[in-house]
Write a protein that binds this ligand. Structure first.
Ligand code: UDP
Ligand code: MG
Length: 317
């Protein structure tokens, strides 16, 4: 099979039939064999029964129905495990992406040999204040953090080589940063293609303002994991050691000056605890040891996880 098309959806009853008809037409015109995976992420409208009806006439349709709304990342994850095509395409269900882009995306992966071709909504039809401007900021932050130079990380329309979706683990809200996950997994042949975009014809956006907070925290996680995920001791151990040494030297200095006061200058009234450095030294030593232990635990956790397959073998002879 040439193509697997993955469509996560939440309450998109009005778009599904038109979306499938357009996909079917464009694939037939271009002689592409394909399957479509609809993932119903806990819809409460008629979406699932529409998918069931479509399935009766079109055996190339598959559906996954979640018992509740788990989020777009989980929907993609479930489909990534199932798909069989050589090239995998993801797209949103709301008709904002154009199915007519599919053949060209397919060619770029198949012939152009890219790991990922990511859509770029160059001319975007969303609210300027709540979507377009924040998304510019996010994209530039993501470029800096990841070193992957894409204009539009979170475009729903993307094409992948099969190995890519089989190797990455989309969790939490990480669907926003799939190209970064892929790059961290060693798939660095990533490019983008300007794609058409239109305003949402039916329904409303499923992501509210909470996406700013989540998007930002996920970016911090990504930065940290890609820098220190494989060697937590290098971060925690280093910070912990520096703090502990500062604390320890301060404590020695405090103790020595107390001894000097008592035995040389015969001053008895100065309590060590009156000196602010006493508290600094104490805190530094406690925090330093805690950081060190955190790094050590991190290393142990990694060691256990390495038992599981966490790599992708490109060739085997
Ligand atoms: N979606 C989903 N689960 C969710 C939220 C969204 O499957 O929890 C789907 C949604 O139905 C759509 C796609 O993800 O097909 C993109 O969502 P939306 O169009 O609301 O995002 P926007 O275009 O506003 O960024
Ligand atoms: Mg949309």
């Amino acid at each position: 099979m040439n193509l697997s098309i993955i469509i996560p959806l939440l309450n998109e009853q009005d778009s599904l039939e038109e979306l499938f008809t357009r996909i079917d037409t464009v694939c037939q015109t271009n002689k592409l064999s394909y399957e479509v995976w609809f993932i119903d992420d806990g819809s409460t409208d008629l979406s699932w029964s529409i998918i069931e009806n479509l399935k009766i006439q079109h055996p190339q349709i598959h559906g996954i129905k979640f018992s509740k709304n788990y989020g777009k990342s989980q929907a993609l994850h479930a489909a990534f495990e199932k798909v069989n095509g050589d090239v995998i395409i993801t797209m949103d269900a709301d008709l904002q992406d154009f199915p007519e882009e599919i053949p060209e995306l397919y060619e770029m992966v198949k012939v152009g040999n890219y790991d990922i071709v990511s859509g770029w909504k160059k001319k975007r039809f969303d609210n300027v204040m709540t979507k377009n401007i924040p998304s510019k900021l996010f994209n530039s932050a993501a470029r800096k953090v990841s070193g992957v130079s894409l204009h539009d990380f979170n475009c729903g329309l993307k094409a992948y080589k099969k190995q890519v979706v089989k190797s990455i683990d989309v969790y939490g809200d990480m669907h926003r940063y799939i190209p970064v996950l892929a790059a961290n997994a060693g798939f660095r042949n990533i490019t983008e293609k300007p794609v058409q975009h239109q305003a949402r014809p039916y329904g409303t956006s499923k992501f509210g303002t909470e996406r700013f907070v989540r998007g930002f925290l996920d970016l911090v996680t990504l930065w940290f994991v890609s820098r220190f995920g494989g060697r937590p001791m290098h971060f925690f151990g280093a910070a912990g050691t520096v703090m502990f040494i500062i604390g320890f030297l301060s404590a020695i200095w405090l103790g020595l000056s107390k001894l000097i006061d008592v035995y040389i200058f015969k001053i008895y009234g100065n309590l060590i605890a009156n000196n602010p450095w006493f508290f600094i030294a104490l805190t530094m030593m406690i925090m330093g040891s805690l950081l060190f232990v955190a790094g050590f635990l991190g290393e142990l956790i990694i060691r256990t996880n390495r038992e599981h397959k966490n790599y992708h073998i490109e060739e085997l002879i």
